[in-house]
Design a binder for this molecule. Structure first.
Ligand code: AMP
Ligand code: ZN
Length: 432
């Protein structure tokens, strides 16, 4: 097996021994910040508490609220002169969360990112185009430095502007791209509108992440461009991309356990869930100097996949993110995630790229509407055909989510688009 760094091949024993050493070091380091010093002293936790990776469970959780309360630099564990970069998490509401990195932090992040992309076959001969936003968002510089570390010619194209993306990709023969799932299909459509076949486009690999998408959505992107799509997971609080990444087997995301301790807990109780059960991912940094974060409640829902991966890496795998605990909505007493809706509608070939779930109150009760873009060629069908499609989608949704939504088929490109992460749910129930 070709690998980027030897930690990929570590045995379970070696991973766990290293985790204990690194967690102890981290516990010593966080004493430099008052927030963690007070919190750990109150809980009676010190480096000696840790004898096994599971002892991480003795440490109190850190929440987004904690990070906000310490904005901008309350969690620094080094003098500010050691910080070389900061990023923010992409939440649109509330006060920001800022993460500061030392030179070593930036280096180890670039290594993790390079390791992830190398794992799926990205090599120095590739031309890499980063189609994600730069700036404070970590999907820009985070992945950029990883691609440069591999040695790829790296094009920092940034988000949007499909014409320019296409021109750059054609002129420089881009073979690998980083792209948001919602933007991938838009780009493909743009190519078609320009009279080109996306399958003839030079891309062979896309690194796709930053927002939840279903397996069905992945297949659509892969088929549209005739390329491989690998799921890339990360969050600013844990650096950004390079936390979890699919290997060539596309069978769950390896979590890099030499750099993090992942846990999956019941979002209500905070207790670990049995392996294979869905819960909230909790992550602890093991290598960070500038701003190490302990037991961070990501709000992302997933599960550990049982067994070892056939690729030979012993780093545990998680399932693709099912959704965020905060995105779950309850309608008529049923808990639903937007991803369950996506899984169903994307299996219909007539369905286009975009959809929106609207929750409203009509004065009598809650109503769920799903607006779904239909491919252009299907929209010219006669009304009966569209009506049957509408009924078929509503019935399949009812089977999956136990609620019958109002399905509305709308024209291609008619739903609002965002340049950043896609908005899939609008809850307007409280507005009445
Ligand atoms: P940010 O605040 O910009 O760092 O965004 C981090 C969040 O983006 C994560 O907590 C996830 O909710 C989401 N995210 C990132 N990568 C993925 C992915 N591959 N699949 C699903 N959600 C993702
Ligand atoms: Zn694997």
């Amino acid at each position: 097996m070709e690998y980027f760094d030897e930690a990929e091949l570590w045995s379970r024993e070696h991973i766990e021994e290293t985790q204990v050493i690194r967690l102890r070091n981290t516990l010593a380091r966080v004493r430099q910040c008052e927030f963690y010093r007070t919190r750990l002293d109150e809980a009676g936790i010190g480096p000696d508490t840790i004898r096994h990776p599971d002892d991480v469970r003795k440490i109190p959780f850190t929440t987004k609220q904690d990070l906000r309360s310490q904005y901008p630099t309350g969690l620094l564990c080094v003098p500010q002169s050691e910080i070389v970069r900061m990023h923010c998490s992409s939440g649109t509401t509330g006060s920001p969360v800022a993460i500061c990195h030392t030179k070593n932090d930036i280096n180890s992040w670039a290594d993790l990112m390079a390791r992830s992309m190398f794992m799926v076959g990205v090599r120095k001969e590739d031309v890499f185009q980063n189609m994600s936003g730069y700036g404070l968002f970590t999907g820009g510089l985070g992945i950029h430095f990883g691609a440069e570390r591999i040695g790829c010619m790296t094009i920092p194209a940034g988000a949007g502007n499909s014409r320019r993306q296409i021109k750059l990709a054609l002129d420089f023969h881009t073979t690998v791209a980083h792209i948001l799932p919602s933007y991938a299909l838009i780009l493909g459509q743009h190519l078609q509108e320009m009279g080109m076949d996306p399958r003839e486009f030079p891309l062979r690999i896309a690194v796709v992440g930053a927002e939840p998408y279903s397996e069905e959505y992945r297949h659509r992107i892969e088929d549209m461009f005739n390329m491989k799509v690998y799921n890339s997971y990360g969050l600013s609080e844990m650096n950004g991309p390079g936390v979890g990444f699919e290997c060539l087997l596309q069978n769950g995301l390896h979590l890099w356990e030499d750099a993090y301790i992942p846990e999956i807990v019941n979002p209500e109780t905070g207790e670990p869930v049995p392996d294979g059960e869905v819960g909230e991912l909790v992550m602890t940094c093991l290598c960070r100097e500038g701003m190490p974060i302990l037991r961070y409640r990501t709000r992302d829902l997933t599960r550990f996949l049982p067994g070892e991966c056939a690729c030979g890496r012993h780093h545990r795998r998680m399932d693709r993110i099912l959704g965020r605990a905060d995105d779950m909505f309850i309608i008529k007493g049923v808990n639903i995630y937007p991803m369950q809706v996506e899984q169903v509608i994307m299996t219909f070939p007539e369905v286009g790229q975009n959809y929106l779930i609207l929750l409203e109150n009509d004065g009598i009760g809650d109503v769920m509407r799903v607006q779904i873009e239909v491919r252009e060629e299907c929209f010219v069908e006669d009304m009966r055909v569209l009506h049957n499609l509408q009924k078929a989608i509503a019935m399949r949704l009812r089977d999956e989510i136990l609620v019958t939504p109002k399905v509305e088929l709308v024209e291609s490109n008619s739903l609002p688009r965002s340049e950043g992460k896609a908005v899939r749910l609008r809850d307007e129930r409280a507005k009445k």
